[in-house]
Design a protein around this ligand. Structure first.
Ligand SMILES: [Zn+2]
Length: 251
């Protein structure tokens, strides 16, 4: 079977091929329609809706444990605990810090399907990550990218267990480390290059857009540049933007 990499992306330097709705081949939309009518899938989606408050609480709990790249350990421990409570067959943390839950498949076939969100956030040590409610919106640094993805993994796992959805191959549910900045994708690189796991397909949950799916083509080019200047986040303080005021920036 061809390996399939299906990824929702975020961050800079990522190039992907995206498809608009009208370009999606019929065989895929048919399959999605068929799955959507499956009783167990319907039950799972119903359960996800009914668990909204619990998922929101998981999101707040995880967001309030700040996890810059290379400092994901504490958040990883709490994520592991959530995996355990949701129900997996085994949990381990690998050499680089990825937290992995295995939900066994029923066929006994080799190969795993991976689903991940990244544990780290772009914000540095010392950032106030207290979640604040503004109107109907929860706000805090890192709450979207990618803590929301982590909460989604837990919600998905609970729903699959509740609806007794079985998969042929084993499912790896993973909180990866080092996706942002100098983390240089070290968690994902380890999974594919060194973990020894036979990964058959992968889905990454990331990014802030609800309607975007990137598939089949993803690359990341990394350059090391030496720049002299006041510093700041590359999104907020790029060339031409004003430099950060004291107390801001350096993200
Ligand atoms: Zn991200």
């Amino acid at each position: 079977m061809n390996k399939l990499l299906c990824v929702l992306t975020c961050g800079l330097g990522l190039f992907s091929m995206t498809m608009t709705a009208q370009e999606i081949e019929k065989k895929y939309t048919k399959e999605v329609d068929r799955l959507a009518k499956n009783k167990k899938v319907e039950e799972a989606f119903g359960y996800i809706k009914s668990q909204k408050d619990a998922t929101t609480q998981d999101l707040i709990t995880l967001t309030e444990i700040l996890a810059p790249p290379f400092m994901e350990t504490e958040r990883g421990k709490v994520f592991a605990q959530m995996l355990e409570e949701a129900g997996v067959d085994s949990i381990w943390t690998d050499k680089v810090g990825n937290v992995i839950g295995l939900r066994k498949g029923v066929s006994g076939a080799s190969g795993y399907i991976g689903v991940d969100a990244h544990l780290d956030v772009v914000f540095p040590e010392g950032t106030d990550v207290t979640v604040k409610k503004v109107g109907d919106t929860l706000k805090a640094p890192g709450i979207g990218d990618d803590t929301r993805g982590l909460a989604m993994l837990i919600s998905m796992l609970k729903a699959m267990n509740k609806a007794e959805i079985k998969t042929e191959k084993g499912l790896l549910i993973v909180g990866t480390v080092g996706e942002e900045g100098l983390g240089d994708l070290r968690g994902m690189k380890y999974m594919f290059n060194e973990s020894g796991l036979d990964i058959d397909a992968w889905i990454a949950i990331d990014g802030g857009s609800m309607g975007r799916i990137s598939n089949a083509g993803l690359g990341s080019k990394r350059y090391k540049l030496m720049v002299k200047g006041p510093g700041g986040h590359s999104w907020g303080f790029w060339l031409g933007q004003s430099a950060p005021r004291p107390g801001q920036g350096h993200r």
